[in-house]
Design a protein around this ligand. Sequence first.
Ligand SMILES: C[S@@+](CC[C@H](N)C(=O)[O-])C[C@H]1O[C@@H](n2cnc3c(N)ncnc32)[C@H](O)[C@@H]1O
Length: 195
Amino acid sequence: MTEDMETWEKEDGVKFLKEVGLRPGQIVLDFGCKVGHYTIPAAFIVGSKGIVYAVDKEQQALNELQQKARVDNLKNLKIIKTSGQTMLDFESESIDVVLFYDVLHYFEKHNRKKLYQEVQRVMKQDGFLSVYPKHTLEDDPIQEFRRFSLSDVKQEIEGSNFVFERKFCGLISHDDGLNQGCVLNFRKNENHNCI
Ligand SMILES: C[S@@+](CC[C@H](N)C(=O)[O-])C[C@H]1O[C@@H](n2cnc3c(N)ncnc32)[C@H](O)[C@@H]1O
């Protein structure tokens, strides 16, 4: 790992995720975590009373994450290899924060919808969903977001009963380097069932 990314995981990423709203004791789900450029700082923040569930379908990336967690003596990290399913294997209302960072563009629309529904189920009432919608029209468009703007992503998530809360921009991790990017936070729409 480069020096930049080590500094990101141990210092700048910690500062950024604190700004995003991560706190000691929280239960965090980092879906599509890869080698953990956001998982590791999240684990430093939530501390020994919290847990970070790191989910990915790529075993090799998870092995690398496991190795880093060992070196950093992070015991609050639970690494989960999946077969790529949209079902989130967690109890209802058990998670404080869900991270979808640079991952949604892998999913077709109907599968993104399933993911949002699963987040509605597993997230605590006062929890939040944080999304880094990379690879939209404004930012190196590829895969399922190649014709999708940042505002389309925001609208899509709002359409799944979330309320947009805040946007955080800065020099943030992407792949194995740093770039300017923005993260969007959403809460559950509490008025969903009101008439
Ligand atoms: C571009 S990386 C982003 C990694 C990390 N979130 C970050 O921002 O540094 C996307 C990751 O999502 C994972 N991924 C893609 N589709 C997935 C699925 N259906 N289930 C679980 N992980 C998936 C990939 O294996 C890859 O590791």
